[in-house]
Each structure stands twice: as C-alpha cells, then as structure tokens.
Design a protein around this ligand. Structure first.
Ligand SMILES: [Zn+2]
Length: 329
C-alpha cells in the first residue's frame, strides 16, 4: 500500500466521519427544535410502567435533566401532576415569606389591643411557619418527582423517595404545629405527643427510603401506610377530649376543619389506590381527570384546611379559649 493510498483512505474516513457527525448534529438540532415526542404505555420500558389504565401521553425515558425540564412546556400525562403541586407549593412559599409578618400578626395585634389578651411569642407564630415549610417541601418534592421521573429508573427511584419523604414531613409538621396550639397551656402534653410523632415519622422514613416500599405492587399499602400515620393525630385529639371536654377540644384544634382535611386525604388516597376513574374507562383520562391528578387536588385542599385549622387555633389561643367566637378570616 502506497503512502498516497493510505492518505486517500484516511481522507475518505475523515470525510465519512465528518458527514456522519454533520448528520448527527442535524438530527440533534432537529430534536432540539421538535416538541418532546410522546409515546403509549406499551412503548414504555418496563421500569416506567405504573398505571396500565393510562394508555397514552407518556414522555419516554429522557436520560436528560434539560429534556425533563423542557417537557414542562409540552402537555403530557404528567403536566397537571407537575403544576398542580408546583403552583400551590410556590403559594406556600409566598405565605411563608409574608403571611405571618404582614397579615396575621398585624391582624392579631390590632385585635388584641381591643381585647387586651396575652402577648404573641415568637414561637407562637413560628409554628405556623413550621407548618408552611412542611407543606412547601411536600408539594415541591412531589412536583419535582413528576418532572424528573421520566429521566431514568435511577432518578425516578430517587425522586419518588423524596416524594414520600415530603408526605412524611407534611404529616409530621401538620400534627406538631396543631399540637402546639391545642396544648399551648399544657406544654408537657405537647412535648410527649411531639416525641411520639417524631418516633412514628422516623419509622415511616425508614420504610419510605427502603427500595421495596417503592415497588408498584405496594401502591395500596403505601396509601394505607400514610393514612395510618396521619391518623396517629387522633391520639392527642382523643386525649384533649378527656382533658378539656369535647366542646373546648374541638375549638382548640378547630375540629371542623380537621374533619374536612381528613375527608380530603382519605378520599384522595382511596381514589389514588383504586385508580379511579381510569380503571373503568382506560384511555379516557390519560391527560386529564385521572386518579393521580384528583389525588393531588385533594392533597392541596387537605393542606389548606389544615392551615385554616392551625391559623384558627393560633387566633383562638390569643383571644381566650372560652370565647364563643371562632374567629373567621
Ligand atoms: Zn403525585
């Protein structure tokens, strides 16, 4: 083989690789300009299959954080799941930044100056912010999970654990914040039930961070698990019934709002667990109105009812437990 032949071959292969590189970059630029392609349930890799009654509108494994973020601009079957928790999550962040300082405290100070009730301690209203932090983290973890679950199995597993931890944090923050106001003048009870909640929350975290807990078949058990943890809040309420009587206890923890909250969470969890309504009409609720989206709405409603209960309890605490007025915002 002469030097010229070798040179020509090298040139050919160089030109060939240059052409293939050009084709690749052309494809890439086409992909960049294209919308995220969607696929059906049957086209998904096994790890991505979760709900067999949602037939279309899936973003297939992206292996790219940027593509996952870009997918937020395309309407697919996770879009509502992302935004239904992202927007309320941002709402809770705004409340965290401004609500207590700019709304609640001025309202209460003007109210107290009229009635001459006890002063507001910093911890008093920090407890409301503690709840707002829990709600913010829960909703943001959920939204991030729905955005990045299509990246890869590894990312999906990681974010689903963050999603479940968010629920554990929200339940813990919900119970502890209301415990503080309900047992404001009996702090030893507050401390005991807070320790119990922290222990239960820690046990939950161990389960939630276990890979087995993440498996598809565990869906019903997961829903039951979180309901049971949430229902551990019945213990301090029951103790309150014994200690203060039913009427005063109900006022202390704003029981009517707690009932509405419980109805929201249980209804949402049942709908989520039994995949309603898509189980009865596969393919009809792929991108709008499916169980997970309804579940998200109920979670947000439940969290708002709890916020109302915490704020009501806080105000009541500073306006006298025995008043007949449950202050309304
Ligand atoms: Zn979700």
């Amino acid at each position: 083989m002469t030097t010229t032949t070798v040179h020509q071959r090298n040139l050919k292969s160089y030109n060939g690789s240059k052409i293939s590189t050009n084709i690749k970059s052309e494809k890439n630029s086409q992909n960049k300009n294209q919308k995220i392609p969607l696929c059906s349930y049957s086209e998904l890799p096994e790890w991505q299959k979760d709900n067999e009654w949602i037939l279309h509108g899936y973003v297939r494994e992206t292996n790219s954080v940027v593509t996952c973020v870009k997918s937020m601009l395309t309407y697919h079957n996770e879009t509502l799941n992302i935004y239904s928790h992202l927007l309320p999550g941002i709402g809770y962040l705004l409340l965290l930044l401004f609500f207590t300082d700019l709304v609640l405290i001025p309202y209460l100070v003007s109210h107290m100056s009229m009635n001459g009730h006890e002063a507001i301690d910093v911890i008093d209203y920090l407890m409301i912010n503690f709840y707002l932090v829990g709600a913010f983290l829960c909703l943001m973890c959920s939204s991030f999970f729905h955005c990045f679950k299509q990246h890869s199995k590894k990312h999906s597993d990681m974010w689903s654990k963050a999603d479940y931890m968010g629920i554990v944090i929200l339940i813990s923050a919900s119970i502890i914040s209301l415990l503080y106001y309900g047992y404001y003048d009996h702090l030893s009870y507050f401390k005991i039930f807070t320790i119990i909640t922290i222990i239960l929350g820690s046990i939950c975290s161990v389960f939630v961070l276990n890979d087995k807990f993440n498996e598809k078949d565990f869906k019903i058990y997961r829903a039951t698990f979180f309901i049971l943890f949430g229902f551990s809040g019945i213990l301090p309420v029951g103790m309150g019934f014994l200690k203060f009587g039913i009427v005063e206890s109900c006022k202390r923890v704003q029981f009517n709002y707690l009932l509405l909250e419980a109805v929201c969470y249980i209804t949402g969890a049942l709908i989520y667990g039994f995949k309603l309504p898509e189980a009865f009409a596969p393919g009809k609720f792929d991108c709008f109105g499916n169980s997970h989206q309804i579940f998200h709405v109920f979670v947000v409603l439940g969290s708002l009812f709890h916020l109302r209960a915490v704020v009501g309890s806080f105000i009541l605490m500073h306006s006298g437990y025995h008043t007949n007025n449950l202050l309304i915002f």
